[in-house]
Design a protein around this ligand. Sequence first.
Ligand code: SF4
Length: 370
Amino acid sequence: MHFESPIKRRKSRQIMVGNVPVGGDAPISVQSMTNTETTDVAATVGQIQRLANAGADIVRVSVPSMEAAEAFGLIRKQSPVPLVADIHFDYRIALRVADLGVDCLRINPGNIGREKRVEAVISKAKDLGIPIRIGVNAGSLEKDLQKKYGEPTPDALVESAMRHVDFLDRYNYPDFKVSVKASDVFMAVAAYRKLATKIEQPLHLGITEAGGLRSGTVKSSIGLGMLLMDGIGDTIRVSLAADPVEEVKVGWDMLKSLKLRAKGINFIACPSCSRQNFDVIKTMNELEMRLEDITVPLDVAVIGCVVNGPGEAKEADLGLAGGTPNNLVYVDGQPSTKLKAENLVEELEALIRAKAAAKAKAEESIIAKA
Ligand code: SF4
């Protein structure tokens, strides 16, 4: 179970979004975006805190007005993670947030208008060392590209991205990352694959407007999964019409599934059937909720009977195999404690917490010795 990911990542140039490296050999970062009113500083800071607690490395905040720009300045001072300001068209907002302090500007240079405005934003970003995210979206392609291609296509997305890239090249500013998002999985995947061959900068992956919690998770997992399997992608955002905390959880689960990052518990659980010796689904749901705070990577198996129980439980750091009259816990592949069905969740939780604490301590001592 503990093998390394076989994925070979595309080599990209590394940029820094605040203190979070993006690209190069940096871990693939997980992003989300606030959906509070940015002018409501307390609500936005509260949501950023919840996103950070769920594991967001970077959070994006919309800055649609000058009033929001002032609020952004206050929000960033209280944010535990780097913030990207999402700005469209109005270059003055970009200049203002840059002065107030920002970790990345999401703005498409080609959409700012006159050359002087583009120059003002790029030279400010350059002076202050603020990276830029070029964010192309199939839903807002330039009119001339819509006309040229008839409809959004992968080539149209890449051509749009390259226009903005050309602006930054012209001003000799290489610190940027790019996204070419579409709600259509095929279109987004083809666009990212093409763009990956054209530039050295990091790529921010996303299937835009993917849908609700279930449908959006499936769509995003398929699209981002294909790209991540190709080694493409340096930072990801899962777009869901749901609580943004769910976006962070899904993003992490994707990276965990592909063994690109490890954090918290990786559950292995059977779907249960009439052979189960305890209520697998209830136990699993309870454990998932209770153990969200654990950050040390740990494989935990919850299997209902002896058909697959011992095999899976032995492979995990800690596994429970259902049995009669007792269920058997395995730790590091060895049979350990026997548990009755009563208080199963409480007792299992305590054992998992103890195992997680022991693993965290062992990892600390390895780091201290190194
Ligand atoms: S492991 Fe046992 S309880 Fe779980 S689904 Fe398979 S046969 Fe059923």
